[in-house]
Structure formats: C-alpha cells, structure tokens
Design a protein around this ligand. Structure first.
Ligand SMILES: [Zn+2]
Length: 347
C-alpha cells in the first residue's frame, strides 16, 4: 500500500529581514540587536552545511557577557566573533560565560579559546561532557555496528573513516576540561539580572539543551529546531536510549513555548516553534512509515537494504561517509521505535 504524503509545510517566515536577505544572498548577516542587551551575530563554518552558526551574546546586569554557542574556532570563526563583539564596543575579555547547546564543533568549537582569552566559564550539559570524554571509545565501538550494516564493500572504508575508528577526534582540543559548569534540565544560567533556564532536549545529541528566557520572550534552540533544516538524530556519541524517541519527546517539550521568538543555531530567527516542531515530528512519522513499508516487503534485509528503500533526500545511493552513517543509524532508530529491529539481519 502506498500513501500519498501530506504536502510539506512551508518553512516559517524569518523575523529578521537582514538575516533573510543574508541567507538569500549567501553572505553572513550583520550583528543584530534581538532585545535590549541581547544580540546575534553569525560566524562562518565552512566544513558543512549550513555554513554559518548564529551566535547569541547576552549582557548581564553586571555588564559581563554570556555567549550562547560561540561557533567554530578555526579559520576566521573566532575572528568573526571578535569583530562582532567589537561592533558592540566589546571584546572577548568581557565574556564571563560560554553556554553551549551541544558538543558539535560548529557550536562548541571556539569555547576553549574564549576561556583562554578571558577566563570565561564554559557551561554544557553533563551528558555532552561525558560524550566528549568517550569519543575515541565510541568511535571504536561504532566499527562493530558498521560491520553488521551490509554496506557495499566500496562504501565501508569511508563510513569507518567518518563514523568509526577512522574518525579524527578532538580536532584542536587540548587537555583542558571540556566544561566548568555542568548543566542539568531546569538549571538557571549564571547571568546576573536575567532568568535563562536550561531545557534539556536530547535527540540531535544526548545532552542537547535549549535555553528559555521567558522575560525577553526568547527560546534559544541550537540545532534542536531549525527553520528549514531537518536536524540529524543521534549524532552525539553512543546512547543507551533511542535518540529518535528522545527527539520526539524533546519536540513535545516545546509546546509550552509557543509564544517565544525562536533563536536557532543556524539560518534565521522565527516564530511558532510549536508549528515547526509539529512539521519535524510529521517528517519523522513519514520516515517511520517508509521504514515499515520496506520491512513489509523485504525478507530478512540488512540495514543497508532497508535504508535503500527509504527516500532520503538525494537517495542513499548518493551518500558516503558521515551522511551515509547517519542515514543508516536513523533507519535503525526508526526500526527500533517500530519494535521491528529483530527483522533486520546483521550482515
Ligand atoms: Zn549546528
């Protein structure tokens, strides 16, 4: 049986004309005031799509700055952050706190450099810190998974290199601790004069967090909810829970924040986080349906054979390395959530 999928909901409208124009023109948007004492600026991230991270700078009542997701350190990322701060007549020296939504380099990357420059503390969810400490171990453990996926021979080495023991770990990291302040759900950030609360939203990574500033009407969403991109799932190290189940539950956690302006980690600010979360959840339902349909028609398939029947954008045939590993692990998460993992034959 085939079902006609519902038409994809349009992406939410940008709040900021300058961010919308910059995205259209393929340039970085300028520094913009979001609220009194809250600004956003973009830093480049050229190693992936999207190619810029939105950084948020929040001033406390003591004049010190907190930076949410400082972005990628390499190349001119840190330079873009310095430039952005200088247009506010501020510098890295003024940063007292670096808050990180999740462990990916396009968000966490510059944190340690800022700490070295200013003595700022780095705040991150405990699970992200644990995952960073386990990166090598997890990458090696991934090899055993990859061996069971039934990958064509010519694709396997690329996947091991991107997802398994061939991965480059801790690019540019030193022996410094990953974080000074371990966050848990509900924790208030130490920003004097403001109430910004940690909202744990696992899925994209296990310790991904959003941050809620109800007084200013702002919801910082990192990569949990983006206006146009469907975030990947389970991209923060090995977990004991199903990242897809976690992600869907985390989308549900946003229901309370329908009125807040969404400040995502990429693209542009928008409203109606609940509508966007519903669209993202529907996309997952549809993918689950495709996985179920593949399992219905295949007899003892490998994970690769199941994924090959799922209409990933571009199709699995166009994928290699990290993208392919992510498509395969997502297929496995969907099968597990359907209670049908047992139907997939380890190769
Ligand atoms: Zn990101």
């Amino acid at each position: 049986m085939t079902t006609v999928p519902p038409p994809a909901a349009p992406a939410p409208e940008p709040i900021s004309p300058v961010q919308a124009a910059a995205l259209r023109d393929g340039v970085l948007p300028p520094v913009e005031e979001v609220r009194p004492g809250v600004w956003t600026l973009a830093v480049p991230f050229r190693f992936g799509v999207p190619d810029a991270t939105l950084v948020y700078v929040v001033e406390g009542s003591d004049g010190a700055l907190a930076v949410i997701d400082p972005g990628w350190a390499a190349d001119d990322g840190l330079e873009a952050l310095r430039d952005g701060l200088s247009t506010l007549a501020r510098s890295l020296d003024d940063v007292a706190l670096v808050v990180v939504t999740h462990l990916h380099a396009d968000h966490l990357g510059a944190a340690a450099a800022i700490r070295r420059a200013s003595g700022a503390r780095i705040a991150m969810h405990r699970l992200e810190v644990e995952a960073l400490g386990r990166e090598r171990e997890d990458a090696v453990a991934n090899d055993a998974d990859v061996a069971t996926w039934g990958l064509p021979e010519d694709l396997r080495a690329g996947v091991v290199e991107a997802w398994g023991s061939g991965r480059r770990i801790g690019l540019g990291r030193t022996s410094e601790p990953f974080a000074d302040l371990l966050l848990e759900d509900g924790d208030e950030l130490p920003v004097p004069g403001r109430t910004i609360v940690t909202l744990w939203t696992p899925g994209h990574t296990a310790g991904h967090c959003c941050f809620v500033d109800e007084a200013d009407g702002l919801l910082f969403t990192g990569d949990h909810v983006l206006p146009r991109i469907n975030s990947g799932i389970g991209l923060g190290g090995r977990t004991t829970t199903n990242p897809l189940g976690d992600y869907l539950a985390s989308l549900g956690r946003l229901d309370r924040y329908a009125d807040l302006e969404v400040c995502p980690g990429h693209e542009y600010r928008f409203r109606d986080v609940v509508g966007r979360a519903r669209t993202l959840a529907r996309h997952r339902e549809e993918r689950s349906r495709h996985v179920a349909e593949a399992l219905d028609v295949l007899h003892e398939p490998t994970l690769f054979e199941v994924a090959a029947r799922v209409p990933f954008s571009g199709g699995i045939g166009s994928m290699t390395g990290l993208l392919l590993a992510s498509a395969l692990t997502q297929t496995a998460f969907h099968a597990a959530l359907l209670g049908r993992s047992g139907e997939i034959r380890p190769a």
